[in-house]
Design a protein around this ligand. Structure first.
Ligand SMILES: *[C@@H]1O[C@H](CO)[C@@H](O)[C@H](O)[C@H]1NC(C)=O
Ligand SMILES: *[C@@H]1O[C@H](CO)[C@@H](O)[C@H](O)[C@H]1NC(C)=O
Length: 342
């Protein structure tokens, strides 16, 4: 492409005798509307760095923009006023190099106003919609688009502009509208009583009730978003969870306490027994104390107190040393006791 382009440019230069440079036109000119944002873009060979583009929007209203970029955001122009956003337009772009202009290229026609016949029909999205269950029926509610969209809010318009919407439920259609000043648009759906989902259509009218911009919901169907039923269910589930947690915690605490008491009793007994034994075997005492103290200090830090080595069936009764005891609960507070082994 670039080689071909260079060749063509060279050829044209030769043909024209070097007196006039032919400026190529932009290609791939496109208009896109995504909700309120309207953008125009085109392609141009990067070989000509000094190119400026003249972009004209024409139709109901017109304006010329001079830019070096290959795209332009027309949103500010479109949302300037009701007259502007109800208009229909097309865009022409011309490349300019020095004093020389290319042939202009023209885009497809476009409009937000669905009354105008254009190749591109721009539409807007409904603000987030809530369908709230009531005792009988439901209420549909959303922010008034004139408030929700900053561009629409700021656009110059007359007081009589309005937003119309229809709610379709079980093949029945209910029409409703809200004026410029209402913060929310709402509608009560009284039948059927067990309404679950609805379809929504909207039209934003101009102040003379002729021009209209089509609104589409973000989802095809709008379904019940919240109701007192849902709240009750949530509340019951939450309370159940809290109760279960409380019961479990209480059980754990009681068990731990019982164990600690048992342990203390057993250790008291052991101690008494040790004292007795010490009296009877004075010669072994120092040796054994030294040995056990060392053994204990090593174990205490790991929360392993009483685990296996200590008491090993000889002293006291088997239970003391069996894993459960000292199970971390005793922690650092535990003071190792001397025990005797023969
Ligand atoms: C663009 O607009 C300017 C000023 O309105 C005008 O002079 C010029 O001819 C227009 N160009 C095209 C290609 O429509
Ligand atoms: C509009 O709706 C919002 C939320 O949906 C609510 O917080 C607000 O109070 C409503 N405004 C009026 C005037 O009802």
């Amino acid at each position: 492409m670039s080689l071909e382009g260079t060749f063509t440019a060279l050829l044209l230069l030769l043909v024209s005798g070097g007196s006039a440079v032919i400026v190529p036109s932009p290609t791939n000119l496109k208009v896109r509307c995504q909700n309120l944002r309207v953008t125009v873009s085109w392609k141009y060979s990067e070989l000509q760095p000094q190119t400026v583009f003249s972009m004209n929007i024409s139709g109901s209203y017109g304006k010329e923009f001079r830019i070096t970029d290959h795209q332009y955001d027309l949103s500010d122009f479109i949302w300037e006023s009701e007259a502007h956003y109800m208009g229909s337009y097309y865009v022409t772009v011309t490349a300019i190099q020095g004093g020389t202009r290319s042939q202009p290229v023209t885009s497809e026609t476009f409009a937000f106003n669905s009354v105008k016949t254009t190749s591109i029909q721009c539409e807007l999205y409904f603000p987030p919609v809530a369908l709230i269950k009531k005792d009988s029926g439901a209420v549909i509610s959303f922010r008034n688009p004139f408030h929700f969209y900053r561009e629409l809010n700021l656009a110059k318009k007359k007081d009589s502009a309005s937003f119309h919407f229809s709610v379709v439920v079980s093949n029945e259609e209910f029409d409703s509208e809200c004026n410029l000043y209402q913060e929310n648009c709402t509608h009560d759906i009284s039948s059927p009583e067990d309404v679950k989902c609805v379809v929504l259509n909207g039209l934003l009218f101009d102040s003379i009730n002729v021009g209209q911009v089509k609104f589409i919901p973000q989802k095809k169907e709008i379904c019940i978003t919240q109701s007192t039923d849902v709240y009750m269910v949530t509340l019951v589930i939450l309370l159940s969870v809290v109760v279960v947690v409380l019961v479990v915690v209480t059980i754990i605490i009681c068990k731990a306490k019982a164990r600690t008491n048992l342990l203390e009793e057993e250790q008291d007994q052991e101690e008494q027994q040790e004292e007795k034994e010490e009296e009877h075997r004075p010669y072994f005492r120092d040796f054994d104390r030294l040995h056990f103290d060392r053994l204990h200090f090593g174990d205490v830090g790991n929360g392993d107190v009483g685990d296996g080595d200590v008491g090993d069936g000889d002293v006291g009764d088997g239970d003391v040393g069996d894993g459960d005891v000292g199970d971390g609960d005793m922690g650092e507070d535990y003071i190792p006791r001397t025990q005797f082994r023969i």
